[in-house]
Design a binder for this molecule. Sequence first.
Ligand SMILES: Cc1ncc(COP(=O)(O)O)c(C=O)c1O
Length: 494
Amino acid sequence: MTTAPTLLPQALLEAPLRKDSGAPPMQRQLHHRIKETILDGRLAPGSRLPGSRALAEALSISRNTVTAAYDLLAAEGYVEPDRQGTRVATLSRPPPRTERNPSPAPATALRLRHIQPSAPRSDASTTLRPGVPALSHFPLAAWRRAVDRAIRRGGPSALGYGDPLGEPVLRAAIARHLGVARGVRCEPAQVIITEGAQEALTLCVRLLTNPGDTAWVEDPGYRGAKAAMHAGDLHIAPMRIDADGLVVAESDWKSRPPHSPPRLIYSTPSHQYPTGAVLTVARRLELIAQARRHGAWIIEDDYDSEFRHAGESIGAMQGLVAQAPVLYVGTFSKTMFPSLRLGFLVLPAALLAALQTPLEEMLRGGHRYEQLALAEFIESGQFSRHLGRMRRLYRDRQQALREAMARHMQVPHTIEGGHCGLHLTVRLPAQYPDRKIAEAARRYGISPYPLSGFALQPGPEDNGLVLGYGNTSAELFEPLVRRLSQLARAAEIA
Ligand SMILES: Cc1ncc(COP(=O)(O)O)c(C=O)c1O
């Protein structure tokens, strides 16, 4: 019996298959065409596909090509072979999209609608950009040797999944380093290796909150922390900052329906980002005591305090009292380099038992050679030597930038903080709008951040520029400040 011509659906024949040299293989073209025809409904569920011989003849291709395409479609579940041939399977197809039925908004849109665009992060210029360390001063050759050794030692087995919580040698090296350098009290088991501080913040939200919980964030404060809280659908309560750091009044702890006391409190106590304030010991102790009383967890983001320029290093809040309700977050983005994407979260011992299994299920244990190399870098003393060199470099750069500001910034301003880290915060009167200045500066390849961009509810006092000196050579400060000064005057609102 020959196949009836009606069994050759027009949709499969409407154009010849491509036979030019750049064309995909015939079997793939045919498979794609039949699949599309099924998905868009032109081949209805239950209808028969033409016999392989008839289709091969109609399309001038080999019968083997057709049977191979049919076999693949059957394996994928688009068609089902039966005794009479091959029929289209019943699929629950989404209804075709129409003007009245547009595709739904992405599910994240509602939660993330509060996140405002920041200055572009990936453009080439790092001149005066906050948060970038001195990339050309990194001991790249020594790092390459450490990675080479890690590859030799780890061998092919380190290409597989590692411990999801991080390489044990690195966790031990970090625990030792933090004890000495930052006064953090922890065992290696409490240290979880993350993809930078950002993943650590995301984990804090995922592990400790439910949507709708309240989180206090410093305001002005780190945008990455707010993004993590928004993504967790938390109610974000901005908390003001003064010269002594985060301001929390007794009354803030009282429930103010519909919002309960905070579940999370995000803070940068050793060097408030971006104002540079240091949270006083009295406030630290009060915050810890109240957090304990109300069942809140404090996130201590200790992102840049290894670079202290004046006076004694300020110990971490985590180590201030035993069993503080503090999740300590650190990063190698400043002490090593940002693209390393390694950071860590130190869990309170009290949370370890409850969180270990969820963490093991959520994390995968990658970057194993880098983790092994970093452990060796720390243990061999190269890390501390690098930190020492960078501390001197940043101290000099900070001083030079202050001097350039004093000499060449021709608009009224005050400089805040700067006793630590890689940036200075310069407040400007409101008639010099910071966003306008920062935008104009980008046209000259200069990338300061506007201070108002760090505030959820910017007031007139949140106007200024955050100037990163980490990756900008001190010789450039004078011309750069002169330019910023010019741009500020040009932006002045009369
Ligand atoms: C306050 C603060 N926390 C953390 C980080 C580092 O984040 P990550 O480790 O994800 O690079 C930065 C970087 O600029 C920062 O400013």
